[in-house]
Design a binder for this molecule. Structure first.
Ligand SMILES: [Ca+2]
Ligand SMILES: [Ca+2]
Length: 150
């Protein structure tokens, strides 16, 4: 049995609204909802690149995209797979609207749209895996499942 990471989901806030008529006016009280989850999704997984999957610069990687209209800070976000392997995202990374960030398992030169974990063993199973994306505060952002490409 592979241990599953805990699926802590974003709380769904119930906006309770009470209206009290006072004379001719009315007061509306609303409970503030939790902030919405970040608009970051796991777009695609390149688990089996041409040749060795940990080749420098161009190895196996996960691509994250920002589907929203605001830049999102993703420093400290991390990915976990079904075997509890973890891929981190370095501090200070942001993804602008419509932009993407590639998170590599192996070594390479970090750049604005590429972050390398410098690991020495494969994480992304070539025959399929499930990935969970978490914020730095361990809140689940997105789940992504893929199968082998053959
Ligand atoms: Ca792989
Ligand atoms: Ca390969």
């Amino acid at each position: 049995m592979k241990p599953k990471p805990s699926l802590r989901r974003w709380g769904v806030a119930i906006a309770a609204t009470t209206a009290t008529a006072v004379g001719t006016g009315a007061f509306i009280q609303a409970v503030h909802a939790d902030p919405p989850p970040p608009t970051i999704e796991i777009c695609c997984v390149d688990a089996d690149v041409h040749g060795a999957d940990l080749v420098s610069e161009h190895g196996e990687h996960v691509t994250l995209t920002n589907t929203g209209t605001d830049t999102v800070s993703v420093g400290g976000f991390y990915l976990v797979d079904a075997a509890s392997n973890r891929l981190d995202i370095g501090s200070g990374y942001v993804i602008p609207p419509g932009g993407e960030l590639r998170v590599y398992t192996g070594p390479g030169t970090n750049a604005t749209t590429r972050y390398y974990n410098g690991r020495t063993s494969n994480v992304l199973n070539n025959d399929g895996d499930t990935l969970w994306l978490y914020t730095a505060d361990d809140d689940l952002v997105h789940q992504y499942e893929y199968t082998g490409t053959w």
